[in-house]
Design a protein around this ligand. Structure first.
Ligand code: ADP
Ligand code: MG
Length: 253
């Protein structure tokens, strides 16, 4: 579903991504882990066209992504950001936040779709006319997920979607995302600095360091600590003991 090869991003003289390559199957959830500043968000931003990049190949569902992302790309690929406070308009009611993508993509039956998308993320119809400041952090992130899904995309790019939330809310949102992926056959690329979250959510992952992928591994490799690279072993050792409530690193696929 996603095929990226030889992806490079430069911010002026700084080489933020160097020759990044990975593939994600349809319905698969692929993790990107690494320390802060290793380039995880830049990978997602490059796919979305939010960071200028060059790549030997960048394909979504077998279709090459052009230099400017067209409306069909934007309908198929959506991103959810870390901070729901920043990613949804603070002064627009939920109804408007959810109806905008529908009008951009000329999708009919707005009212029914808005109510259904609220239901899909566990929010009742009463949330439709609330403003973001009248929502909790978790409810706001549910609205951001509803907005991402309302155009029925095939790919979701998730950038630390729960790290701004209270620990108790994190696993609710992760379980929601996991259920939506299974029901709809969505493909995810999920960025996290939290290895337990990635072990819970992703069947495969890539470890990033200084703008490069140093190692790709399966969830089983991660759970068994089977890392080929010293950097990955350090990352695993550093993550021991930090695990959000309700998220088990040994959760089955
Ligand atoms: P991560 O998500 O892994 O924490 P990022 O992808 O955000 O890392 O950043 C990778 C590197 O690129 C960092 O060193 C960061 O400072 C740098 N960077 C990110 N965005 C920009 C930008 N717009 N201009 C210059 N440097 C940037
Ligand atoms: Mg980041």
């Amino acid at each position: 579903m996603i095929d990226v090869a030889g992806l490079n991003v430069r911010y002026k003289e700084f080489h933020a991504l160097q020759d990044v390559s990975f593939r994600v199957g349809r319905g698969e959830s692929f993790g990107l882990v690494g320390e802060s500043g290793s380039g995880k968000s830049t990978v997602l931003r490059a796919i979305m066209g939010l960071a200028a990049s060059d790549a030997a190949r960048m394909e979504i569902g077998g279709v090459a992504v052009g230099h400017s992302r067209n409306t069909s790309f934007c309908r198929r690929v959506q991103m959810v950001f870390q901070d729901p406070y920043g990613s949804i308009h603070p002064r627009h009611p939920v109804d408007r936040i959810l109806s905008e993508p529908l009008s951009i993509h000329k999708i009919p039956d707005a009212e029914a779709r808005i109510l259904q998308s609220l239901k899909d993320v566990g929010l009742g119809p009463g949330f439709r006319f609330r403003f973001p400041h009248q929502l909790s952090g978790g409810q706001r992130q549910r609205v951001a997920i509803a907005r991402a899904l309302i155009t029925e995309p095939e790919v979701l790019l998730l950038d630390e979607p729960t790290s701004a939330l209270d620990v108790s809310v994190q696993s609710e949102i992760l379980n929601l995302l996991d259920g939506l992926r299974r029901e709809r056959g969505l493909s995810y690329v999920m960025v996290s600095h939290n290895l337990a979250v990635v072990a819970h959510m992703c069947s495969r992952l890539a470890v990033m360091n200084h703008g490069r992928i140093v190692e790709e591994m399966t969830r089983d490799d991660l759970n068994q600590g089977k890392a080929a690279e010293a950097y990955t072993r350090e990352l695993i050792a550093a993550s021991k003991g930090y695990r959000p409530a309700g998220v088990s690193a040994c959760a089955p696929a």
